[in-house]
Design a protein. Structure first.
Length: 228
């Protein structure tokens, strides 16, 4: 009888801690978190302000270094790697969507989405092709040449999702992606994220809204730096 081999989690952290210092005063933000996330999951991180959910997301996305603990990504222990390697890994495997859209204001939707590819040294022809494709994926094929300050909030968030997808990341991190949007537009953005999840994309989303978290397949609640 064949033996089934269980797949390694995409993300696995053990006893993960992050402590900030204010002079001689220690401020523990994440306190010994143990967590595994499989490839293709849609996970929501929830908790009140100061619960540690955004700090945990920053740790998982290589935006910050833990004070202690271990972190394995795609089966590779990343604790030993320096910031340069982590930056390369981040650029190659992770996409970000934020509450603030962080788009260049007097720049077209197409050029905003092309930006990560320019930094990666991709040819201009390939930049345009890939940027156009992901903008079409989020329903903005008719807004390619519009400046970001000519777009509605929902359209700007679609551009930021397209920009996050243009490098075909393994994981999409979303930090309060609907926080600046009205409820109808928020539903439209969540429909896009749910569609991406159905296509197999791994999504980790920080939110404090119960109705938004229900779009995820698993919800992780945090309080005082711990998973509860």
């Amino acid at each position: 009888m064949a033996t089934t081999v269980k797949a390694e989690p995409l993300i696995k952290v053990q006893h993960l801690k992050k402590t900030y210092w204010n002079g001689s005063v220690a401020i523990p933000a994440v306190k010994g978190v143990n967590l595994s996330i499989n490839e293709g999951e849609f996970v929501a991180l929830m908790g009140p302000s100061g619960s540690g959910k955004s700090t945990l997301m920053n740790l998982l996305a290589f935006l910050d270094a833990p004070t202690s603990g271990s972190y394995s990504f795609a089966g590779v222990n990343i604790d030993e790697f320096d910031e340069r390697y982590l930056a390369e890994l981040r650029n190659a495997t992770i996409g970000f969507v934020f509450q603030q859209f962080y788009l260049l204001p007097r720049t077209s939707a197409l050029d905003n989405v092309r930006l990560p590819l320019r930094y990666a040294g991709v040819s201009r022809k390939e930049q345009i092709s890939r940027a156009t494709s992901v903008l079409e994926r989020v329903g903005l094929e008719h807004r390619l040449s519009h400046y970001s300050n000519e777009l509605s909030g929902g359209q700007q968030q679609r551009v930021s999702i397209a920009r996050a997808l243009v490098n075909d990341p393994k994981v999409l991190f979303c930090d309060e992606p609907t926080g600046n949007l009205d409820s109808k537009t928020a539903d439209e953005i969540m429909d896009i994220l749910k569609g991406l999840h159905k296509e197999g994309r791994t999504i980790i989303m920080v939110t404090h809204e119960e109705d938004i978290a229900r779009s995820a397949k698993r919800t992780i609640h945090m309080k005082d730096g711990e998973i509860i």
